[in-house]
Design a protein around this ligand. Structure first.
Ligand SMILES: Cc1ncc(COP(=O)(O)OP(=O)(O)O)c(N)n1
Ligand SMILES: Cc1nc(C(=O)O)sc1CCOP(=O)(O)O
Ligand SMILES: [Mg+2]
Length: 568
């Protein structure tokens, strides 16, 4: 039985029920549309209200029908907005913002716009009855938590939306009163103003006008100062929405971006440094969607607005150098993923097992002993012929490790050599390294794969066929097998010998690199176990606990070439 707190119990038809408050019910994921077979539920709708305030969810006390702790509700935002062909704003921005904020987003399209970074070249409204059909399809089936509106281009569409929301109440309504695009093009004419004011605004949990939109809603009122914004917020609040966020992005002479949030009781002045960037197209849509996303997760409005603002600012800051389109306003990158692709020198994207040929693993203690920086050690190994580098910096402070890793990454990429990080998935993510190597007691490869995504390289240390099988199941790219010979580099390391290596190679579906006590004198013997998936040797002390890393690497390279491996 759920551990939910509850108002009281209720007896009905000789069965006991828990009576949950709307808040508990919502937090537990029982929306008014929540359907679970055999679960009795009552939905009480308040006439004329879009909110689920009167909603009561009941659960059979002691029953096992709904294990609510095992069934978590996926937060869901429905955006009702126009499509932007340039994908900077509108439906496309809403989808990206919700994805970035990790909520599900469904879409009802109200208009198609032909649009780019220059402006809006054309608009085609979706017929009212088809907007109604889309709304009904989603709302009747998909447990929507929050509806967010953007471009509502006709009176008929606004009325259709309000009517449908009365029929299918949701937890909250976020209204971004889109009227004019950032390029100055009209997206919803003045004719819809009265319907907006009379029907939609009173249903809203929050409205998010910019200065121009607030002014339009207030009969052309001049808004030039933060005090004007406060007055506007109060006047707009009188029109019925529970909260008003007046966005001051266009406020003249302000080095900060100032927004005013008013909830009928308190004003909150939300200030942040203004981000100087051309790539601001779609910030309004994205902010409103992000607020909707946080509300859908169950956060109160003030927290939702703060988090949403911080998210948009972070994305704008990240996207400053993104270069899309020739117009005055470019789109930004909600998912913070585009920039690395535009970096000049980038490594090949897919893992090539022949990269395991001469695998150089750094060691901070050895570098210290020989008085060289990790960067110098990596440079020398690459010059000597290393085909892949792993940074194994057990003693480094995180900040130093990250800085060194970034510098090493630049060098490696200049030479087309992949760079992996040992153990520290966080460092690998932070510096966008090519992948990680993890052992049996490190972060499981499956979790590392989820965090790193499909393209990064993941290696796993394996001493047995079972571990090799698991590494494959977990989505690793290669395995490291050892210790082949005894080593001083790793304490208490079990030696598997050449036989153990061969057994693991035979069982492994993944390419293998041998490790442990390997150097110029025995590399050939290792490679001659004749396993076609043994692609190379990984070496620490034989390269780095030596006076000249480059010379030692070159010697090992020659031995490996002589053993004719990596060719199958
Ligand atoms: C290529 C390669 N193989 C094995 C290891 C060892 O990893 P692990 O078992 O996690 O031990 P540590 O290196 O973290 O001490 C490796 N690093 N690289
Ligand atoms: C880091 C590491 N892992 C091992 C394993 O058996 O998984 S042996 C090892 C140390 C390898 O260092 P050297 O080349 O100096 O012997
Ligand atoms: Mg490890």
């Amino acid at each position: 039985m759920a551990s939910a707190t509850f108002l009281s119990t209720l007896s009905l038809a000789n069965k006991n029920y828990l009576l949950l408050t709307p808040t508990h019910a919502y937090a537990k994921g029982y929306t008014n549309n929540f359907r679970v077979s055999n679960l009795p539920s009552i939905v009480v709708r308040k006439e004329g209200s879009v909110r689920s305030q009167g909603f009561v969810a009941m659960q059979e006390k002691g029953g096992s029908t709904l294990s609510d702790d095992s069934r978590t509700k996926t937060p869901h935002v429905l955006t009702v907005a126009g499509s932007d062909s340039g994908a900077g704003a509108g439906i496309q921005a809403d989808l990206k913002a919700c994805a970035a904020r990790r909520v599900y987003c469904s879409t009802v399209i109200t208009a198609l716009t032909a649009q780019n970074t220059v402006g809006v070249q054309g608009v085609s409204n979706v017929p009212e009855d088809f907007v109604a059909q889309q709304l009904k399809s989603v709302l009747s089936d998909m447990q929507v938590d929050v509806v967010k509106t953007g471009m509502l281009p006709s009176v008929g569409i606004v009325k259709t939306l309000c009517k449908t929301l009365r029929e299918f109440p949701v937890h909250a309504l976020v209204v971004d009163p889109v009227m004019v695009s950032t390029s100055g093009d009209v997206l919803a004419g003045p004719s819809i103003l009265s319907t907006f004011l009379e029907e939609l605004l009173p249903m809203a949990d929050i409205i998010t006008p910019n200065l121009k939109e607030a002014s339009a809603l207030l009969n052309g009122m001049q808004l030039e100062t933060v005090d004007d914004m406060r007055s506007a917020a109060r006047l707009l609040h009188n029109m019925g929405p529970k909260n008003v966020l007046v966005k001051g992005g266009d406020l003249p002479d302000s080095s900060d971006a100032v927004d005013i949030l008013y909830n009928g009781h308190n004003f909150y002045e939300l200030r942040s440094p203004r981000i100087r960037t051309r790539n601001t197209h779609g910030t309004g849509c994205s902010l409103a969607s992000s607020i909707a996303a946080e509300v859908a997760k169950g956060y109160p409005m003030l927290s939702a607005v703060k988090v949403a603002k911080r998210f948009v600012e972070t994305a704008l800051d990240y996207s400053k150098e993104i270069d899309i389109g020739n117009g005055p306003q470019g789109p930004f990158d909600h998912l913070l993923r585009l920039k690395s692709h535009s970096q000049a020198c980038h490594r090949q994207q897919t893992f090539d097992p022949s990269d395991l040929f001469l695998y150089a693993v750094t060691d901070s203690r050895m570098n210290k002993r020989w008085g060289r920086s990790i960067i110098d050690a990596v440079k020398a190994a690459i010059d000597g012929g290393a085909t892949i580098i792993q940074l194994r910096e057990k003693d480094a402070e995180t900040k130093d490790f990250m800085e060194s890793a970034k510098a090493c990454l630049r060098i490696c990429h200049l030479h087309g050599v992949p760079l992996l990080i040992n153990d520290r998935v966080d460092v690998a993510i932070a510096c966008d390294a090519d992948g990680v190597h993890v052992g049996q007691s490190d972060m499981p490869a499956r979790v590392a794969r989820t965090l790193l995504g499909p393209e990064k390289i993941i290696g796993v240390s394996c001493k047995t066929p079972e571990q090799a099988e698991q590494a494959w199941v977990d989505g690793a790219d290669y395995i490291g097998c050892g210790g082949v010979y005894p080593t001083n580099t790793k304490e208490n390391n079990i030696t598997v010998g050449l036989n153990g290596l061969k057994t693991v190679c035979m069982a492994s579906k993944l390419p293998v690199v041998a490790i442990g006590g390997i150097g110029v004198s025995n590399a050939r013997a290792v490679m001659e176990i004749c396993a076609s998936n043994l692609k190379g040797v990984a070496v620490v002390s034989a390269l780095f606990d030596r006076e000249c890393v480059q010379t030692e690497t070159r010697k090992l390279h020659e031995v490996l070439l002589g053993s004719n491996i990596g060719s199958t």
